[in-house]
Design a protein around this ligand. Structure first.
Ligand code: ZN
Length: 134
């Protein structure tokens, strides 16, 4: 049985070294039926064929799951947050646990706990972050 072999001019998915992502590439040269030189159909760059990279690495996925749980926690608590009462975050202010703060980048956050003297752990929509405070 013969597999469908690649031919010069065929389109294959590969990693583009210039676009830094998986794009369709045109096969320019073959070595033992494997693509050697390819041309990116997006940026027209000609380079050695690189197989497409996996979307996510295991370590990242694990971190994302952790984040996912924190985002859900935030979503659960969100109805109880009165944004009108949120304090604008500033590292020169001091905060207590359960205080609601408003961060210019991360948005609404609920202070989880005070860590030591000048740090607080805050639950934002994007997960928990450690912020500086007075
Ligand atoms: Zn490209």
């Amino acid at each position: 049985m013969q597999n469908a072999t690649l031919a010069v001019g065929d389109k294959i998915e590969g990693r583009c070294t210039k676009c830094r992502k998986n794009n369709e590439h045109t096969v320019l040269t073959l070595v033992k039926e494997n693509p050697a030189q390819v041309e990116c159909t997006v940026c027209s760059r000609q380079h050695k064929y690189r197989p497409p990279t996996a979307a996510k690495k295991p370590a990242v996925r694990q971190a994302n799951q952790h984040k996912e749980a924190e985002r859900k926690e935030w979503a659960t608590l969100r109805p109880g947050m009165n944004s009108a009462k949120a304090l604008d975050y500033s590292m020169t202010e001091s905060y207590k646990a359960k205080a609601l703060i408003n961060h210019s980048v991360f948005g609404l956050g609920l202070v989880q706990r005070v860590i030591g003297s000048q740090k607080i752990e805050v639950l934002f929509e994007d997960g928990k972050k450690t912020m500086r405070c007075k």
